[in-house]
Each structure stands twice: as C-alpha cells, then as structure tokens.
Design a binder for this molecule. Sequence first.
Ligand SMILES: [Zn+2]
Length: 127
Amino acid sequence: MPPRPHPPFKSCPCGSGRSYAACCRPAHDGSAPPSTPEALMRARYSAFALGDGAFVLRTWHPEHRPRDLHLDDGTRYLGLKVHAAQGDEVEFTVRLRAPGQAPGSFRERSRFTRVGGEWVYVHGDLT
Ligand SMILES: [Zn+2]
C-alpha cells in the first residue's frame, strides 16, 4: 500500500519540532538512512502516523519482521515522546487512538541493531 497523501507538515509527526522535510522524510524516501537508533525510532513512528508500512517493514530486523502489516485500520497517532536514547536502546511513549476507543498510550523500550551498516528495529518491551 502506498503511503497515504498528506499535506506538507509544518512540523514532523515525530514531534522533533523540525519540518518533515528536514526530519523524517529523508529517511522515508531513502535519501538519508537514519544515523542513530533514536532517528530511526522517530522515522518509524512518523511512518506509522503516515501509513508508510513499507518503511516500517524494511527497517524491521528480518528475523523479527511480521509477515504483513496493516496500517489502514483507522488508528490515529497523536504524539511521540522520547524519554531516553542510550546505546542501541530507545525508550519512548506513543499516544494514539484506535477506532472507537478513547485515546490511549503505551511506553516501550526498543532495541536496535545494525544490518548491512544501517540501523534496524529488533524488538520492544512495554515498560
Ligand atoms: Zn521526524
């Protein structure tokens, strides 16, 4: 599924305060792979928010990647807060609203590794 069309963002969905063009878009369009686990984590969040399942899948470690992914279920991504980024781990909270439900959130510690020189997501533990 192609990413859904979206208006130019004044600020990136990941909440960095930078424009989308200066933040997560270069990761999404492949022009500049994320250089740190936090940058990848932010780009993956933005990809969820924009419905870019292809990016989410290709930045998932091959041994942990789901067979398929459905980002078109109407879930809205309301915000990201990064609490800590150290070594190959990033801890963050995502706020979101699933269809027909009240807004909710989860906090996760994600682990990343490099495959072929580029960072990929390995797995996350809810905290
Ligand atoms: Zn961003």
